[in-house]
Every structure is written in C-alpha cells, then in structure tokens.
Design a protein around this ligand. Structure first.
Ligand code: FAD
Length: 569
C-alpha cells in the first residue's frame, strides 16, 4: 500500500477560505460544523444529493419497525439550523458529478432544476459514504428487492412493511440485516434471514454471537446459515427466492443487506489514489493524494489501530471524527486520525453484542500470537434485583499482556464494558492495567470488582503463570488428558463435557488418589471460578491441571456455534 505523505497544515485561520463538501451526513456534516467553529468567515458549501442533509442513517431500521414513529425525528440537524445557526450553505438535491483538481473546481448538478454549474474550492472534502452491494443474481433489480441506506430507501421499506406484508426475506446477516430483521418482526412480518457465512454478524467470533442468533430464532426468525439467494422471481403474490441449497421461499419483499462498498466514483474519475478494495487512500490528516482534497467516512480506507494494516470499517463514530480532523487540518491544526478499532455494538431484541479491536479470527488470519480468556460476570451486583449475566472475551498479547481485542454479549451493561476496554486499547494498556481500572460502582450499576477488573485479574493470572488454562477449541489430539468436572452432582447431571469425571470441588482433597499425575487434567466448572480454585489446589499437589477458561458456559457457546473440535466429541 502506498501511504499518502503527511503535509503541514495550511495556516488559514482568519483568511476567507472556501470549502466545498460532497455529502452532508455523518462525516460531511461534522466537517462543515467544525470548519464553521474554527473560522467564522469561511465560505462553506455542502452539496448533498439526497433530500435531507444530516439525517440519522443509524435510526432508519427503527423507523421501518415503528420504534421511531415520526419520520422527522430522523432529521438530526434540520436544514434551517445548519443554515441559520451554523451559517452553512447546505444544498440538498445537488449532486457533485466530477472534480477538476487542476483548476480546483467541482461540477454540480442541481437535481430539481436539472441544470449543471461549476463551483470553485480552496479545499474540498469528500464524504460520499458507501453504496449497498447488490448481489449479481437474476431478479435483483425487481422493485420488490429493497436495500437500506438513505431516507428514500427507508420510505420504501416503511411502505412495504406497513402494507399488510406477511413475509420477508433478508439476504445478509450483518449489522443492518439483523436490525432490519428485528424491526420487521415488530411489524408482525415473518422473516427469513439468509446468511452466506456459518454465523451471523461476521465481525464477531462465532461462539460469541450465538446468543444473538438464539434470540432471533426465539422470536420466530428463520436464520439459515451457509445459505444465500441465487435468483429472485416476481410472482403474482410477491417474490419467490431460490436459495443455493435449492429451497424456494415466497415473500412479499426481499431486503438485500450484503454489505457496502466505498463510494469512490468521484475520486477514481479525478485520479485520486484508491486502494484495491476501493477505499479512497488518505493520510492521518485525511488528505487524499491531492493535498487540497480531503476524504472521510465510509468512502476511505483506514488503518487498523492494532494491526496497522489497511482496512475498510464503515462506522458512524470514525466518520464523525474524521470529518472533524479534516476541518482541523484545513485550519492549521495538526490533528491526526489514529486508526479504526472497529468498536461496535448491535442490539437485537433484548440481547446486546459489542466488540472492540481484533477478533480471534482476525488474529489468526494475521498470524499474530494471542491468548484469550472468557468470563461470565453479572452486569451488576447479583443481590440487587434484575442482575443479568453476560459473556466477556478478552484477547491479549501473551508476552506483554497488551490488550488486542474484546467482545461481550448479554442483556445489560455489555457496551459499557467494551467501551472501557476500547479506551484501554487506545491508551496502549495491558491486562494488568485493567486490574487497576477504577470504575464507578453502586449495586444497581456494577460490582466493586467490575467485569472489566475481573477480566484483568483472570488475564493477568494467566500471564503470570498462576492460572494455566485450556480452551475448548484448542484441545490437543489425541485425547490423552482427563476432564474433571468440579461442579455439583446436580449440575453435572444436567449436562457435561463427554467423558468428564465429576468430582465436586468440596470433595476434591479426599479423592486425589483417583487422579493421575502423568497426564494433563482439564478442570472445569460452570464459569471458571471453581475450576480456577481446583486447578490451583491440584497443581500445588503435583498434578498438571489446567482450567477451562469460562467453564461449561463457554463450552456450550462453542457447542452451539458448532465449533467443538473432533477429539473432544
Ligand atoms: P453517509 O453518512 O452515508 O453520507 C454520505 C452522503 O453523501 C449521502 O447522504 C449521499 O447522498 C451523499 N453523496 C454521495 N455522493 C454524492 C455526490 N456525488 N454529491 C452529493 N452528495 C453525495 N454506524 C454505526 O456506527 N452504528 C450504527 O448503529 C449504524 N447503523 C446504521 C444503520 C443503517 C441503516 C445504515 C445505512 C448505516 C448505519 N451505520 C451505523 C453506518 C453509518 O451510518 C456510516 O458509517 C456513516 O453514516 C458514514 O458516514 P459518511 O459521511 O461516510 O457517509
């Protein structure tokens, strides 16, 4: 990858600068507002080809589902406010059709008046976003195949969902696919989701996302994994979707949610450097290969904060921050974008999944050494009413304990823990720093030893060699080890790992003679705490014991994700 060289910020404060912005939603609107705050006299023109600037893309699925009832609530910053309070020349219904970087002009089409004109700029900021990918299959251009990117799409989907529709097929179970699925269920529509991958929400590790998958099925959504649409045919009653495995699914409409690709059309035409995967290449000040043209948001290639490799992560937070950085740099401030961590959250019905940093899948793909731990803490003190259990997975470097990523899933308090760890990652912290994190506590909010502290304790114990662990998906073959289940007899009888011997922890000291010191003992309990105590006890008596990280609950997650390796079963 050819990185764009950094250049000195332009010292323009006080001079009458003309900034033209293409796309006035997340990144573009942030850049415009920041530019105005930095320079009261600058001329700032923001062209937006859609009907409204600064609308809430992220709220669109909830408008379709009726959770957000009034469409006008989606208009985050009304045009009058942008024009009057921020004194921005915002022009909806205007599409920028080309850029002439040599003469520093853009060609603009006024979509309502159907006329074109040329606009000069001193600095240009591109924030055109990304476009939904449409699978290249027969029937994809049917008006009954919808996607969801802007207000016009939301209007179409809202109309379809409220027009007595009974069935819908969603192709793709990414963020938007699962959010749309939930919202169509709110409208009483039977939903089938086709997901090409072996799991929904592919950025997460498979075992961590099974509770979301379960929650969707519990609400009657048919989730078909390793499945996709190969053809769509209009019928008298709606559409018929043919799947790869040969199923025919009838529906009133289809929603295509198979991802987005950076909208680089203007950039490519203007000869600005773009990456192989399409993202416009920028430096840390968000300058493209032409230093007077900046690009931000979903359209740009970013650097992964942890791996430092180029990537494409379309999220609202990064787009907003990048818009601000571009405006800063234009007005002489050397703000720099640090890279994208992929901190994300999704809520489907009452289950929340959040993540930050690299997943285990990505670490493996990158060939980067890592260790991981699982825990299942309550979101707040167990004795306070309403406590709910979550699963937290922490990934860290096995040599120095630097945090590489975290994922959590549960009902309450999930995103709070991931936000704390996201900040720790950005500060370059280690798992030992998490032991020391001082977080707010009262029984209805958390624990005196918060889930984040607990993750730090467990990971630090592993790092220091005090807590040898084993993972379900890394059981060595052949199985020359023994499984010891230290839960109660009742817990054991309700379900256990195949071939495990049940020795409740309380009886362990009396039953040591049943155990061999010649082969590894893999110890487990429900969540890992009794297993840790048993492991400490056994190793102090000359055994080679390792605790199953996260215990039987973690085993069950792997089992549901069909990720249990053969030697174990
Ligand atoms: P956008 O916000 O998409 O804005 C680009 C704008 O540029 C568009 O309005 C477009 O009309 C305009 N444009 C394009 N080309 C031209 C042109 N030539 N001339 C004039 N105007 C042009 N992210 C999250 O972090 N959390 C979420 O919960 C979340 N939910 C989402 C739900 C949905 C349904 C969608 C669609 C996205 C969601 N996102 C979410 C992603 C998030 O909205 C984007 O990452 C973010 O909006 C990107 O900002 P942007 O400025 O790059 O592009």
């Amino acid at each position: 990858m050819n990185r764009i060289e950094l250049s000195q910020p332009t010292r323009a404060e006080g001079s009458k600068m003309k900034i033209v912005i293409v796309g006035c939603v997340a990144g573009g609107a942030s850049a415009a507002a920041r530019a105005r705050r930095l320079d009261a006299s600058a001329e700032i023109i923001a062209f937006e080809k859609g009907e409204h600037p600064s609308f809430a893309n992220c709220g669109l699925p909830y408008y379709v589902g009726g959770v957000i009832e009034a469409r006008k609530k989606l208009l985050v910053a009304p045009i009058d406010m942008l024009r009057q309070r921020h004194r921005l020349d915002v022009r909806p219904g205007h599409e920028v059709t080309s850029i002439d970087t040599a003469n520093k002009t853009v060609r603009v089409r006024d979509l309502e008046q159907n006329r074109e004109f040329t606009e000069h700029y001193d600095k240009l900021i591109l924030s055109p976003g990304a476009t939904p990918i449409r699978p290249d299959i027969p029937g994809i251009n049917s008006p009954r195949v919808l996607s969801l990117r802007d207000l016009a799409d939301a209007d179409r989907m809202h109309a379809a969902a409220t027009a007595d529709a009974k069935r819908a097929v969603i192709v793709g179970a990414g963020f938007i696919g699962v959010e749309v699925a939930e919202n169509l269920v709110h409208r009483g529509i039977h939903v089938t989701v086709l997901q090409q991958d072996a799991q929904i929400l592919s950025p997460w590790d498979p075992e961590m996302i099974t509770p979301v998958d379960d929650g969707m099925r519990d609400k009657g959504i048919e989730v078909l994994l390793n499945e996709t649409a190969i053809a769509i045919q209009e019928t008298d009653a709606g559409v018929s979707v043919e799947t790869r495995s040969g199923r025919q699914i009838n529906a009133d409409f289809v929603v295509a949610c198979i991802g987005v690709s950076p909208d680089n059309r203007l950039a490519v035409k203007a000869g600005l450097r773009c990456a192989e995967r399409g993202g416009i290449q920028v430096n840390a000040h968000m300058q493209t290969s032409d230093p007077d043209v900046y690009a931000v948001g979903d359209a740009v290639e970013v650097v992964d904060f942890i791996s430092n490799s180029p990537t494409q992560i379309p999220l609202a937070g990064p787009a907003n921050r990048q818009g601000r950085i571009a405006a800063d740099h234009i007005f002489g401030r050397a703000s720099r974008y640090r890279g994208t961590q992929g901190t994300a959250v999704v809520g489907v019905f009452d289950t929340t999944a959040a993540m930050t940093g690299l997943s285990e899948k990505s670490l493996r793909r990158l060939g980067r050494p890592y260790e991981k731990i699982y825990l299942h803490p309550m979101n707040h003190a167990g004795y306070y009413p309403g406590a709910q259990q979550m699963t937290l997975k922490l990934l860290f470097a096995p040599d120095d304990g630097r945090i590489l990523g975290a994922q959590a899933v549960g009902k309450g308090g999930v995103e709070k823990r991931i936000d704390v760890i996201a900040t720790a990652i950005q500060a370059g912290m280690t798992v030992e720093d998490l032991e020391e994190a001082e977080l707010c506590y009262a029984p209805q909010y958390g624990h005196a030893k918060d889930a984040v502290n607990m993750a730090g304790f467990i990971a630090s114990n592993v790092l220091r060699g005090d807590h040898p662990i084993v993972h379900v998906n890394e059981i060595p073959a052949p199985s020359d080890h023994a499984w010891i289940d230290v839960r109660t007899v009742k817990e054991f009888e309700a379900g256990h790992i195949p071939h495990a011997t049940n020795i409740p922890i309380e009886g362990l000291p009396e039953r040591l003679q049943e155990l061999s010191r010649d082969r590894p003992l893999f110890v487990y309990c429900r969540v890992g705490q009794r297993g840790y105590m048993a492991t400490r006890f056994l190793n102090q008596h000359g055994f080679q014991a390792r605790n199953l990280s996260g215990g039987y609950l973690t085993y069950r997650l792997f089992e549901k994700a069909r990720e249990i390796p053969k030697p174990l079963i």
